[in-house]
Ligand binder design. Structure first.
Ligand code: PMP
Length: 387
């Protein structure tokens, strides 16, 4: 049923007959607007009304070390992880942040030794998420410093390794690459949700980051959360958020809590009059269809190639499922093309070139989460480049 609904949307939009030849398609950012259609169908179920007198205080929960964490948001985070089975929450402090971006900075602050003679190295295996280097270095902190590709990192001493799994930009499941004593790991699991990758086990790391941006598509709500094992590390992250923004929007947390509750209900009682279609199942089918169409378009010629993934058993969907990342990591195979980003820009498709991710310009990252109409235009243009 879900697959059927998905198909209907794509077909109706691709046959709309609009002439969009001149339109610039921006697939540079991972803006998750694809999910709007699901939430439109959910109608009033997710509407949150906040009267003027509510959530006025700075404080959400003075008994919680994370005093700006809304109890209702924390409750839904635990319920969601228990349902999906993608992370252990027991024995963890939940720290909420203004997106997982703020929590990334909070983690660097909390994990960097305060009395070291030089900044701790921050590394990640290339291709790495393009924001890591700039977010690490833009304030020229004395505590931490970007040190590049984890694969070639050979400096003695402590380091912080960022492990993004599935990875942005290429979609592969990842583990730590360096594995040395003195290493501190931060797991960025923004994409560890059933629509993107098989859920093989519950993540059980020291410090894990999640975000609603990629889980439900509500990037503009700016809510992320960290699951932190060591209470002392959590305390420092909380301090960082206190110092930078005196907490996190309570209104946003309440909205996020409601959205999480709705996707939990949709999974527990799919198709029910109160709950609607299962969010993760529909999204899985959306992504499956997009990846199928993209692979068909790419395989029509020899100009481009895409990574190949191994399927796996998804504990949540209770079936074998395919990795179908939020980004396509497209490679220009044509020997005459040095810079794939420029080539696509010439066809009015904006993407992000490989250099931003620590690799060469033959690669580009393309968002798979734009609205149907733009995605279909992208496929059309890809086909025309290859003919
Ligand atoms: N980590 C990764 C790997 C991401 O791709 C993104 C979003 N592009 C983020 C973190 C930041 O997400 P947020 O919107 O929660 O700040």
């Amino acid at each position: 049923k879900a697959a059927h609904a998905t198909q209907r949307t794509l077909v109706s939009l691709s046959s709309s007959g609009q002439d969009d030849g001149e339109k610039l398609i921006n697939l540079d950012h991972g803006d998750p607007t694809m999910y709007e259609s699901y939430w439109q169908q959910m109608g009033e179920k997710t509407t949150v009304v906040i009267p003027g007198w509510q959530s006025m205080s700075y404080f959400s929960d003075v008994k919680n070390p994370c005093w700006f964490l809304e109890p209702e948001f924390a409750k839904q985070v635990v319920r969601l992880h228990n349902l999906v089975g993608n992370a252990v929450t027991e024995g963890r402090q939940i720290v909420v942040g203004t997106g997982s971006s703020q929590l990334f900075l909070a983690a660097l602050y909390a994990l960097a030794p305060k009395d070291a003679s030089e900044p701790i190295s921050v590394i990640s295996a290339a291709p790495f998420y393009s924001s890591y280097p700039s977010m690490t270095d833009y304030l020229k902190s004395g505590l931490y410093k970007w040190a590049g590709d984890a694969r070639s990192f050979d400096k003695e001493g402590p380091y912080i390794e960022l492990v993004t799994s599935p990875n942005n930009p290429d979609g592969f499941v990842r583990h730590s690459m360096v594995n040395r004593t003195g290493g501190i790991l931060v797991h960025d699991l923004a994409y560890y949700w059933p629509q993107y990758t098989p859920i093989s086990s519950a993540a059980d790391h020291d410090l894990t980051l999640f975000t609603v941006s990629k889980a439900t598509g509500h990037a503009g709500t700016r809510i992320g959360w960290a699951l932190v094992k060591d209470p002392e590390v959590a305390k420092k992250m909380i301090k960082f958020i206190e110092l930078s923004t005196i907490g996190v929007s309570r209104d946003s947390q309440l909205r996020a809590a409601r959205i999480l509750e709705v996707i939990i209900n949709s999974s527990q009682n799919p198709g029910g009059p109160e709950s609607g279609e299962s969010f993760f199942k529909i999204s899985y089918h959306f992504m499956a269809e997009r990846w199928q169409l993209l692979r068909e378009a790419v395989n029509k010629g020899r100009f481009f190639s895409l990574p190949d993934f191994q399927q796996g058993f998804c504990q949540f969907l209770n079936q074998v499922s395919q990795p179908q990342p939020a980004f396509a990591w497209l490679k220009c195979e044509d020997e005459g093309v040095e810079d794939c980003e420029s080539l696509l820009r010439g066809h009015k498709i904006l993407t992000r070139g490989g250099r931003s991710f620590g690799v060469g310009p033959k690669y580009v990252r393309v968002s798979m989460l734009d609205r149907d109409h733009n995605f279909n235009l992208f496929l059309k243009r890809l086909a025309s480049i290859q003919t």
